[in-house]
Design a protein around this ligand. Structure first.
Ligand SMILES: Cc1ncc(COP(=O)(O)O)c(C=O)c1O
Length: 410
């Protein structure tokens, strides 16, 4: 008989792959924020990448109708034919990309789609080029899938974007993927058609490299910045690009968990095989909602983007007027990524010196009660990310508190 002590002695033996993935570097900050909240402090959270708007009513109505119509059963593994048709139409209408339904994959959030693609393609030691700063999940997803993340630092001087030269020198015979994310989480930087063109020219010389483009923030853009995606810029790359997108951010549907991609049939089939042996189809009700989102009106976006742009400008003004901080203007998404280089080496009232952006984020949390994410979590320091998907008045208050706290640094 197995007693508790025997079970403990045997212990839980985790897989080797677990040593390759790190717990999120923001855990300590999140725990501190929670602790301060428990103490009754009014902590303003600017760390969450989630719109504060609600899912549009016509989308909710479609989900309710789907439940009433009995659409509550298993569906095709990687998406219903109706949703795939809506995605095909979206790609053609909005991006000028012509996919067949067999070239479409739908998963439980953009995250699952990306993960499926990496699992389906990476062998031990295969390299994935990830421009830094990057969305936190890319390197760990690559490691979990057995690959090797190759991060390429893209500094402020390059607007946090990958240049053709940097791409060329990062490519090796083992390179399997280049990850592009435009507009970017965490910087909001967006690639223009001509910037994508120059990356495409490099890729044309290296047929072993596929491109995983994460267009999740396509619809959140400002100042008339024009979105385009690499498969549209260079049709000769079409057969080795996976164009990923989802409804989470633009349609304020983070909880519905629907992401999708268009790409080569062989890859899409392999992704479906992985999904069929792990989670099967994404929620049938959410798929019905996603059809309404993708096929329905987009006018609500203009209103929401106007609010986001106002908040972006509020944050930009604040961070560019605090001595020691500086922030470039994002083209899209809902993040600001200010540099805190001018704060490094400064002293807090209790004598502690700010040595890293993690120290700076801790300082903001303790002194200003504002939660932000340090740039090092995204692979580039010393910066910090704030999300402006937060009520305007809260954002304004956060900026005031940050300015006050920074003014007290020695
Ligand atoms: C760049 C980027 N890609 C993908 C995702 C994942 O989206 P989803 O919630 O649909 O899984 C996120 C979410 O934060 C993101 O920022």
């Amino acid at each position: 008989m197995m007693h508790g002590t025997t079970a403990t002695a045997l212990g839980v033996r985790l897989a080797r792959r677990m040593s390759a993935v790190q717990p999120s570097p923001t855990i300590a900050i999140t725990q501190l924020a929670n602790e301060l909240r428990r103490q009754g402090k009014d902590v303003i959270g600017l760390s969450q990448g989630e719109p504060d708007f609600d899912t549009p009513n016509h989308v909710k109505a479609a989900a309710k109708a789907a439940i009433d119509a009995g659409q509550t059963k298993y569906t095709d593994v990687d998406g219903t034919p109706e949703l795939k048709r809506a995605i095909v139409a979206k790609f053609e209408r909005e991006n000028g990309l012509r996919y067949e339904p067999a070239q479409i994959s739908v998963g439980t959030g953009g995250k699952q789609v990306l993960y499926n693609a990496l699992c389906a393609t990476l062998d031990e030691g295969d390299e994935v080029i990830i421009p830094a700063p990057y969305w936190v999940s890319y390197p760990d997803m690559v490691r979990l899938a057995g690959g090797k993340p190759v991060t390429v630092a893209c500094g402020e001087a390059d607007d946090f974007k990958l240049t053709a030269e940097a791409l060329r020198s990062a490519i090796t015979p083992r390179t399997k993927w280049l990850v592009l994310n435009s507009p970017s989480n965490p910087t909001g930087a967006g690639y223009s058609a001509s910037e994508l063109r120059s990356l495409a020219d490099v890729l044309l010389d290296h047929p072993q490299v596929m491109v995983l483009t994460d267009d999740m923030y396509e619809h959140l853009r400002y100042d008339g910045w024009e979105f385009t995606t690499i498969a549209a810029v260079e049709p000769a790359l079409f057969d080795r690009v996976l164009t990923c997108n989802g409804v989470s951010k633009a349609y304020a549907m983070t909880g519905w968990r629907i992401g999708y991609a268009g790409g080569p049939t062989k890859l899409i089939k392999a992704m479906a095989t992985i999904q069929s042996q792990s989670t099967t189809n994404p929620s049938s009700v959410s798929q019905a909602a996603a059809i309404a989102a993708l096929s329905g009106p987009l006018d609500f976006l203009a209103e929401r983007n106007a609010v986001f742009q106002e908040r972006r400008d509020l944050g930009l003004k604040a961070f560019n007027s605090i001595e020691g901080l500086g922030c470039r203007k994002p083209d899209g998404a809902f993040y600001l990524f200010p540099s805190c280089a001018g704060m490094i080496g400064r002293r807090r009232a209790d004598g502690r010196v700010i040595e890293t952006d993690v120290d700076f984020a801790t300082f903001l949390l303790e002194e200003a009660n504002v939660a932000v994410v340090p740039g090092s979590a995204f692979g580039l320091a010393p910066f910090f990310r704030i999300s402006f998907a937060t009520a305007t008045e809260r954002l304004r208050l956060a900026c005031e508190r940050i300015a006050d706290a920074c003014g007290k640094l020695g």
